[in-house]
Ligand binder design. Structure first.
Ligand code: MF3
Ligand code: CO
Length: 290
């Protein structure tokens, strides 16, 4: 890559001179690269304009999840959740990102009990007392993406399942606390994994978080099975999701061959997931949506 002069426009398209923008950043990145750390490509470093657009998108995503939370109840079908997500997202000027994404047929993922993720809303699936469900919402606003998910407990959930939901939330929040510039994604992963295992649970290996912003899924893949001090270096301007799937039993999963999407636990024990979209800042992190 050609070296920019200090007075040239920065590569991040901020329109600021390079010397006042990412010159110091690049020096820091170079130090890590020379030590053979995996460093983020420039293409995933967001500028202030892009971040502002993503915050607007994220506001819709949060409002949609709030709206679902106010209305979700036993007796409702997951198709009705899908309709709520579609209506609320579009009323606010957004587009549900899952709709038609690589052929996904609905506006939201609804994953109940032993479904790990990518459950497809259906008029034949009715929420019943005791269900735990993940509602995973993603929004596009003016081409900028946001993504977060929450668990909902339907009526009287067993203490065992409620604990799974609570610990899964603790896991994602402990991971979040590890987000800081010049740390590693492995710091996040290990915090998540250690807490899950300390509670007797396992963490899904094959599916994880992702960079996000200009596209739904950008590099890096955010794993929860790598170790502290390994994985990509976190740098200011990076945005990614932390969305570990925590299984009550074994970490093994399989994919529904009929729809090609829905992932289940192998042992049919329940799984829980919360998802946070986070920005790495100069001093730590900013939660963009949760
Ligand atoms: N938030 C989920 C993910 O990042 C949403 C997937 S949407 C789907 O994996 F369309 F791919 F299902
Ligand atoms: Co996601």
């Amino acid at each position: 890559m050609r070296k920019l002069r200090k007075d040239e426009p920065c590569w991040c398209r901020s329109q600021k001179p390079y010397g006042e923008c990412h010159a110091e950043f690049d020096k820091k990145i170079e130090i890590y690269r020379k030590k053979f750390h995996k460093v983020p490509p420039r293409s995933i470093i967001k500028n202030e304009f892009q971040l502002e657009k993503m915050r607007e998108s994220a506001k819709i995503n949060i409002a949609v999840l709030d709206y679902v939370g106010e209305h979700i109840r036993a007796g409702m079908t997951t198709e009705e959740i899908d309709r709520m997500v579609y209506e609320k997202t579009t009323a606010m000027g957004g587009i549900p990102a899952p709709l038609n994404y690589e052929g996904f047929p609905k506006s939201v993922c609804t994953s109940i009990n032993e479904q790990v993720c990518h459950g497809i809303p259906s008029s034949s699936v009715e929420l019943v007392d005791g269900d735990i469900i993940n509602v995973d919402c993603s929004t596009i606003l003016d081409g900028y993406f946001s993504d977060s998910s929450r668990m909902f407990c339907i009526g009287n959930v067993t203490p065992e399942n409620r604990r799974l939901v609570d610990v899964a939330k603790e896991c994602v929040e402990l991971g979040l606390k590890q987000v800081k510039p010049w740390g590693h994604l492995g710091d996040v992963a290990q915090a998540v994994n250690d807490h899950a295992r300390a509670n007797g649970y396992s963490v899904v290996r094959e599916v994880g978080g992702h960079g996000i912003g200009l596209e739904f899924h950008e590099t890096p893949f955010v794993s929860y099975v790598i170790k502290k001090g390994t994985g990509m270096v976190m740098a200011p301007g990076m945005v990614f999701t932390i969305e570990p799937m925590i299984n009550m039993g074994s970490a093994d999963i399989y994919i529904d061959e009929n729809n090609g999407w829905t992932i289940y636990t192998d042992d049919e024990k329940p799984s829980a997931q919360w998802e946070i979209m986070v920005l790495v800042t100069e001093t730590g992190y900013e939660v963009m949506c949760y």
